[in-house]
Design a protein around this ligand. Structure first.
Ligand SMILES: Cc1cc2nc3c(=O)[nH]c(=O)nc-3n(C[C@H](O)[C@H](O)[C@H](O)COP(=O)(O)O)c2cc1C
Length: 162
C-alpha cells in the first residue's frame, strides 16, 4: 500500500468550519502505530489551502485511486482550492464519511478517515542541511515548511487487494 502512496494517486480531503471540502494530492506521509492507535501522518506545507482547512477542522480523509484517475490527481496536485472547486472541476464525488466531517471520495477504492490527535510544525534547525536546501525556503510558497498532522485512523475501508 505504501507504494500506492508513492504513486501520487492519493487525495487528502479536508474541510473547514463552513467551507466546501477540498481534495489535495499527497505523496509524503506514512502509516504508523502510536499511543495504542493506528495513525496516518500527512505532511502539508503551510502555504496550502488544505493547511488552513486542517487547522480549522482537525480531521481529514485519505483516498486511494487507480491509474484511471491520474489526470484528476494532477489537477488536485497543482491547483488550489482557494481558486477552484476541485470536486466540480474533476467530476469527483464527495460523499459522507462514517466518523469525521470531511467527506470521502466515492471514486476511490480505499478510504481512511482520520481525526487529528497531534500536529507538529517542522523545526528547521533540527533538519539535515542538505534536505533544508533542497526542499525549503520560507520566502517561496512552494517551499514553505510542512506541518505533520497525526491522524488517528477511525475507519479504513474499501478494496485493499489493489
Ligand atoms: C504527486 C503529488 C504529490 C504531492 N504531495 C504533497 C504532499 O504530500 N504535501 C503537500 O503539502 N503538497 C503536496 N503536493 C502539492 C499539492 O497537492 C498542491 O500544491 C495543491 O495544489 C495544493 O492544493 P490546496 O491549495 O487546495 O491545498 C503534491 C502534488 C503532487 C502532484
Amino acid at each position: 500500500m505504501l507504494e500506492i502512496l508513492k504513486s501520487g494517486r492519493v487525495l487528502l480531503v479536508a474541510q473547514g468550519h463552513e467551507e466546501k471540502p477540498n481534495p489535495m494530492t499527497i505523496a509524503w506521509g506514512s502509516i504508523m502505530f502510536a499511543w495504542n492507535k493506528p495513525i496516518f501522518v500527512a505532511m502539508v506545507r503551510d502555504s496550502r489551502h488544505t493547511y488552513r482547512l486542517l487547522e480549522e477542522g482537525n480531521n481529514f480523509t485519505v483516498n486511494f485511486f487507480d491509474k484511471g484517475y491520474s489526470k484528476a490527481m494532477g489537477f488536485c496536485g497543482s491547483k488550489s482550492g482557494r481558486e477552484f472547486d476541485k470536486f466540480k472541476e474533476t467530476n469527483l464525488t464527495p460523499i459522507k464519511s462514517k466518523s469525521v466531517d470531511s467527506p470521502i471520495v466515492e471514486e476511490a477504492f480505499l478510504h481512511i478517515e482520520c481525526k487529528v490527535v497531534y500536529k507538529q510544525a517542522m523545526n528547521s534547525a533540527a533538519l539535515d542541511p542538505s534536505i533544508r536546501e533542497a526542499y525549503y525556503d520560507e520566502n517561496v510558497a512552494e517551499k514553505t515548511y510542512h506541518t505533520l498532522y497525526y491522524g488517528e485512523i477511525l475507519e479504513m475501508y474499501g478494496d485493499i487487494s489493489k
